[in-house]
Every structure is written in structure tokens, then in C-alpha cells.
Design a protein around this ligand. Structure first.
Ligand code: ATP
Length: 199
């Protein structure tokens, strides 16, 4: 599983549609200060579902949309598509290539797609669970994040190890099952009350 392609349009400093192709192995992105290197990493975080503007080095979500320059008018929406090679089937989906897309308008409305089919943000989170990729994954380590990981609370650090060990999916299913069980217990209590009333 590896990142094959990123396409940006109207995202931060990238007003025009731009495509970055990657191969397996290591790729370096170099450029002068302020040329948009970190914006590319922000684009990956964003398409994977980042919800906090701060996480994307902005103050509001609208900051991900190209805001215009002296010579160029602002644009109305921002779109990022990332394509991931899934030949090793690490993602639990029946495709060898998966494209995740997100589009946001100035109104704040966000749309998500998996292989061009509209989906919920939850579907994207579930697709990446236990792969190390994803909103909470450790695949994107930002500047200063190593220090944060080392100084964080042990319980929070444990989440990182759980993700790496591939058990987050099971923990989530367990907690959903407990919730359902609790709901059923409440239903049973209500049924018993009704039975007593009828007797
Ligand atoms: P450094 O090497 O200093 O870390 P960098 O190459 O990582 O720099 P970025 O931080 O990715 O650069 O890009 C910053 C640039 O992106 C700034 O020039 C900023 O004005 C521009 N930028 C950020 N958001 C927007 C936006 N919404 N519209 C237009 N330009 C934007």
C-alpha cells in the first residue's frame, strides 16, 4: 500500500489543478520557503478527514480554499484527490487502487468520495483503520510532532501503539457492541414494565 498520486485544485496555495505522482520508496519534495511543501502534507491530512483548522495550520476551515493573490481571484471551492495503491490489500476494499476525494465550498459544506462514489467521513475512517494512515494515524508526522508524542499522556500514546498493532478496529467494534447491549438491556427493562402493567 503506498500513496500513488495527489491531485489538488484550489487547495491553499494551489489555485490551479496540479498533480503529483509518487512511486514506491522515498520521495523528497524540495522548494524555497513558503512555496507550498507543507501544504501538500496538509492536503493529505485534510482529505483523510482532518476536522480542525488548527491541525491544518489555519484558523478556520475556509483557509484551505485558495484565498487569491494580487494577480489571481480567490476560488469557490477546494478539492483534493489522493490515490492509494492497494495491491497488498491492506485496505479492506475490493479495489487495487483507491481514490479518496474531499471537496469543500466556502459555505463550509464538505463532500467525501471513495472511488468517485459519495460516502460519509465515517466510511473513510473505517477504510483506513489499523493501516497507520488516517486522521489519527502515525503516517504523517508533522514538524514538532515527535516531541508531542514523547511528552503526551501514556494513555494517548497507547492509541498510537494500538493503531500500529492493528487492534483499533476490534476495540471500536467492542465498544459498539457494548453500547448495543446496554440499549437492549434498557429495552428489556421497558418490556418487563409493560408486561407487569398488563398482568
Ligand atoms: P517552509 O519551507 O517555510 O516550511 P513550505 O514550502 O512548507 O514552507 P507552506 O507552509 O506549505 O510552505 O506554504 C505557505 C504558503 O501557502 C504561504 O505563502 C501562504 O500564503 C500560502 N497559503 C496558505 N493558505 C493559502 C490560501 N488559502 N490561499 C492562498 N495561499 C495560501
Amino acid at each position: 500500500m503506498y500513496l500513488k498520486n495527489i491531485e489538488l485544485q484550489g487547495f491553499k496555495s494551489f489555485a490551479n489543478k496540479i498533480n503529483f505522482e509518487f512511486n514506491e520508496g522515498i520521495t523528497g519534495i524540495v522548494g524555497p520557503n513558503g512555496s507550498g511543501k507543507s501544504n501538500i502534507a496538509d492536503a493529505v491530512r485534510w482529505v483523510l478527514g482532518a476536522q480542525s483548522a488548527k491541525q491544518l495550520r489555519g484558523s478556520k476551515m475556509e483557509d484551505v480554499i485558495f484565498a487569491g493573490t494580487e494577480n489571481r481571484r480567490p476560488v469557490g471551492y477546494s478539492q483534493v484527490d489522493i490515490t492509494i495503491d492497494n495491491h497488498d490489500k491492506r485496505m479492506a476494499i475490493d479495489y487495487l487502487e483507491v481514490t479518496i476525494s474531499r471537496r469543500v465550498y466556502r459555505s463550509g459544506e464538505s463532500e467525501f468520495y471513495i472511488n468517485k462514489t459519495p460516502c460519509r467521513l465515517k466510511d473513510i475512517h473505517e477504510l483506513f483503520l489499523d493501516t497507520g494512515v488516517g486522521k489519527e494515524g502515525y503516517s504523517i508526522i508533522g514538524q514538532g510532532q515527535i516531541d508531542k508524542i514523547l511528552s503526551t499522556k501514556p494513555e494517548d500514546r497507547r492509541d498510537l501503539f494500538d493503531e500500529a498493532a492493528g487492534i483499533v478496529k476490534f476495540k471500536r467494534r467492542k465498544s459498539e457492541a457494548y453500547k448495543k447491549l446496554e440499549q437492549e438491556k434498557q429495552n428489556l427493562l421497558r418490556i418487563n414494565d409493560i408486561i407487569k402493567e398488563l398482568e
